[in-house]
Design a protein around this ligand. Sequence first.
Ligand code: AMP
Length: 421
Amino acid sequence: MKAVRGMHDLFGVEIAKWQWIESQVKQVFENFGYQEIRTPVLESVEVFSKTVGDETDIVEKQMYSVQKESESLVLRPEGTAGFVRAVLEHQLHRDALHQRFFYYLPMFRHERPQKGRLRQFHQFGAELINDDSPEADAEVIALLVAIYKKLRITEYEVRINSLGCTECRPGMKKQLLDFLQPRLEHLCELCKKRFERAPLRVLDCKRETCKTAVAGSPQLNQCLCDQCKTHHDQLKKRLNEADVTFIDDPSIVRGLDYYSRTAFEFTSSLLGAQSALGGGGRYDQLASRFGEKPFPAVGFALGMERLVIALEAKGAFPEIKATPDVYLAALGNLPMDHLFPLSIQLKSSGVQTEISYAADKPLKWHLKQSNRLQCKFTVILGEDELKKKVILVKNMAAQTQVEFPLDSARTHILKQVKSEN
Ligand code: AMP
């Protein structure tokens, strides 16, 4: 049996790398005042079909569905729609004090797997609700910048755009439709189908023919209403003040339908073909797609697997090694009667302890194991020590050895470990 295509088992060094990234990123979220939220893996299909958009790749082609009795469920393909479902369900937007949330969750999309593109992948995300100011947009972008800074990733570009609001979006669509109409025959089948209902999607198509056909399309930011233009200008001012270097790029439309006003993308030369490092935007109208009164919100998501690729490409992972404090070597069954309970006591007292239950191995074998595991101390108990009622504690780095009374072994080992840490 093998793992499902596009989904990976994680263990060993990989896990250590992931845990290091997870701890660094969570620290940044906490510094910025974001609290964690976890939503279920399964959601009703409508959570995504109503919000992400019928004409998007995610909804049209990539969702994993589960039919159980009369329920049509899907495995979460992205974080924001489920987050908004949870906010509305628990009325979190009525709580004026807590408006900043982060998540770290697995996502599922039936895409063609390749380097940096998986079918089960993991995203960190941030969502700032109840705030329609450009400062909120600038804050989440600066937060994403702070995450990359914390991970010492500097090789990326930030692109921002404004997608307009309910006021000015119809004008944008009209201009785009007029531009695309005479070029329709050059578009791929999917874009031909999508074109009338969602012309912005055509700008996001990755096929070369479509990319060529939309070259020279109208600059959508020229159609922004006064409020959207002011919002965008203020965002740029705030980003400059926060020392965030960015490119104002009218071609950024993002692959999801729910964005309004600000949209942004981070790309990195460290990643190869799948160059998107993270992205997000404002989604002030999303709640209305559930038939609820909308609340302003802005957020982003970034891919864990791509962080790993970027850090590996740079060779920037710190040396990660878990070094146990003690190794217990029981040379025979009688010594094991003492070392087994001692190992449980030490582990329960916060000492990282290794023990082999093979009581028939020679000392040489145990010392080799202890060395390979890079343990700081090896505790040795054989028949001779038992007779003398002592225990040997060997400092592996200094290659020195001390004898302690067996009945107070635990206290002495704790003292030794404490002095070393
Ligand atoms: P999106 O939700 O599509 O805007 O993606 C946000 C981020 O998630 C991207 O910038 C990537 O870093 C990551 N990502 C998206 N799709 C995948 C995937 N299939 N495999 C791995 N990472 C992904």
